[in-house]
Design a protein around this ligand. Structure first.
Ligand SMILES: Cc1cc2nc3c(=O)[nH]c(=O)nc-3n(C[C@H](O)[C@H](O)[C@H](O)COP(=O)(O)OP(=O)(O)OC[C@H]3O[C@@H](n4cnc5c(N)ncnc54)[C@H](O)[C@@H]3O)c2cc1C
Length: 505
């Protein structure tokens, strides 16, 4: 058995080049092979000893937000340096291979309700696939689980979710503007997910149908604020089908194909293995220094790292109080682990949801495509994913008799360049902090899914926020010939197979 908890130690340049080549060429396929190769070549150029030290803009962090911002600024003719701590781009998205399978260790699913990422998929004509969906569902009941046909498994959950989200579209009448109804948002922002569950006073057999999700999204139901999941519901059109349906499609060539295409188009100077240690502003410029001591300057800097990571970078002048509060209390979900598990039994397509607080380390797992490993999530702080026997026991707690051949786990919480998984705000973080976190700090701007307006905590939010920050007045300039002229709206020929399987139209 393997347990490959993510290693984020910057690796040698040679290795990083090989990894990128592998990701770019092996995973992206013919459609983007040229682009990927170009992106790799550019990344390699950055090892040039004549690497300049002054740029128009420095972007810290080559996740979806940082790469989007870098692309936009390059297309405006800016000289952009993109500094990335790891030996790969993508951050909390990570397309990898394991036991012959392409796996996503982080963000995966995208949807046409998420316009920013969908636009990128169209722009680069990247293929999208729909998961086939489960044929069996293991749903929690008092004292265990019952196996149901997916077409009936979600009938009660749909009713409960709809009640849970009562008034959400009123709180978020314009879901891409989270404070459009500030007064009502303030009223709801004080509540945690747990508060909402308590307020509903559901019988236990109903409540356990919701807590797999409230714990997975919030980290725990106590930790997670109510308003973010309400906003996601509003962004999903205020329906159960929309809300769950955003977990149906994925980029067929991996999330990395989006990044490779952006980098190939815009060719920023990309420097991998370059964790930034400090960001120091004076009246004229910002100096960004990496842990190895390399210093670069620019009139403006975009910090596109996770909010949880800001506290590990030395800022001068010091970060404003709101930023300090956000990075100290944390926005990214703590203790989240994503696992890929090779089960010899069962081998069919299934979904399983486990309730919170009843000793189930895995809150959600499923096999959504034939012949693929099972994907599973845990937010249990005591679950040791380095212990293979514990992982197998965790699966068996939900599916007695399950047998495991192998697994791989990514622990986003211990990863020093994430310090948590996707964003999920705590109570009070929307109204008190959101706008302040988007505000520039002198010559330094912040970007990322963690502070996005719309799909905050999603790939779409990261791209949206990269666009927002690159469009800031001080960064705007003449746009280069719009590559988007070639864009056309791409409607995939696949259907929402998962939801067909669930009997939901
Ligand atoms: C397990 C998991 C499952 C998810 N599932 C989905 C999903 O299905 N669909 C979806 O839309 N979203 C999903 N998400 C969320 C989505 O992946 C993120 O919201 C999004 O990728 C964040 O992008 P970002 O650019 O804001 O931040 P990041 O991706 O975190 O990028 C920040 C970058 O900054 C770099 N960095 C950090 N510190 C430094 C430093 N000191 N110096 C230089 N660089 C630094 C990091 O290495 C990273 O590359 C998931 C996330 C996780 C973890």
């Amino acid at each position: 058995m393997t347990n490959d908890v993510e290693s984020t130690r910057p690796e040698s340049r040679e290795l990083s080049r090989r990894s990128l080549l592998k990701a770019g060429v092996a995973l992206t396929g013919a459609a983007v092979a040229t682009s990927a190769t170009t992106a790799v070549a550019r990344a390699d150029d950055t090892q040039d000893p004549t690497l300049r030290s002054h740029y128009d803009v420095i972007v810290v962090g080559a996740g979806m937000a940082g790469v989007t911002a870098a692309r936009e600024l390059r297309l405006k003719g800016k000289r952009v340096l993109l500094l990335e701590a790891r030996n790969r781009v993508g951050g909390r998205t990570w397309t990898d291979t394991w036991n012959g399978h392409m796996i996503e260790r982080g963000g995966t699913w995208v949807d046409r309700l998420q316009p920013h990422v969908w636009r990128e998929l169209n722009r680069y004509k990247l293929p999208i696939m729909a998961d086939a969906g489960p044929t069996r569902a293991f749903m929690p009941v008092i004292g265990g689980f019952e196996e149901l046909d997916p077409s009936v498994a979600y009938v009660r959950q749909k009713e409960l979710f709809t009640k849970f989200f009562d008034r959400s579209t009123e709180v978020f009448p314009e879901p891409f503007k989270p404070l459009a109804n500030r007064e009502l948002a303030a009223e709801f922002d004080v509540f945690s997910l747990r508060d909402r569950l308590d307020q509903m006073a559901l019988p236990p057999e109903d409540e356990i149908l919701l807590t797999s999700w409230t714990s997975l999204y919030g980290g725990t139901s106590e930790r997670g604020g109510l308003t973010l999941i309400q906003q996601w519901w509003a962004l999903s059109g205020g329906t159960f089908e929309g809300f769950h349906g955003v977990n149906t499609y994925r980029p067929q060539l991996g999330t990395v194909s989006i990044l490779n295409a952006m980098l190939a188009e815009s060719k920023p100077v990309l420097k991998l293995n370059s964790p930034v240690k400090s960001v120091v502003q004076d009246a004229y410029k910002v100096t960004v220094t990496t842990r190895s001591g390399a210093a670069f300057t620019a009139p403006e800097v975009i910090v596109a790292t996770p909010v949880n990571v800001w506290k590990t970078i030395s800022f001068s002048p010091a970060l404003p109080a709101a930023h300090v509060e956000a990075t100290t209390t944390g926005v990214g979900v703590p203790h989240e682990k994503k696992l890929w598990i090779d089960l010899s039994n069962p081998t069919d397509r299934f979904v399983a949801e486990a309730p919170e607080g009843m000793g189930y380390p895995l809150c959600f797992m499923g096999r959504f495509n034939d012949g693929q490993p099972v994907v599973a999530f845990s937010v249990d702080s005591t679950f040791d994913t380095t212990d293979g026997a514990a992982v197998e026991r965790a699966v068996q707690r939900v599916i007695p008799g399950a047998t495991m051949r192998d697994y791989v786990a990514t622990n986003w919480h211990v990863d020093p360049f994430s310090l948590g998984a996707g964003a999920y705000r705590r109570p009070n973080q929307l109204v008190r902090l959101h706008e302040k976190l988007q505000a520039p700090h002198g010559r330094v701007k912040f970007a990322g899914a963690d502070i996005a307006n719309g799909w905050n905590g999603y790939i779409d939010g990261a791209i949206e926020d990269g666009l927002r920050v690159a469009g800031s007045p001080t960064l705007s300039g003449p746009a280069a010939a719009a590559a988007s002229a070639e864009e056309r709206i791409f409607v995939p020929k696949v259907n929402r197979a998962l939801y067909r399987g669930l009997g939901i139209r």
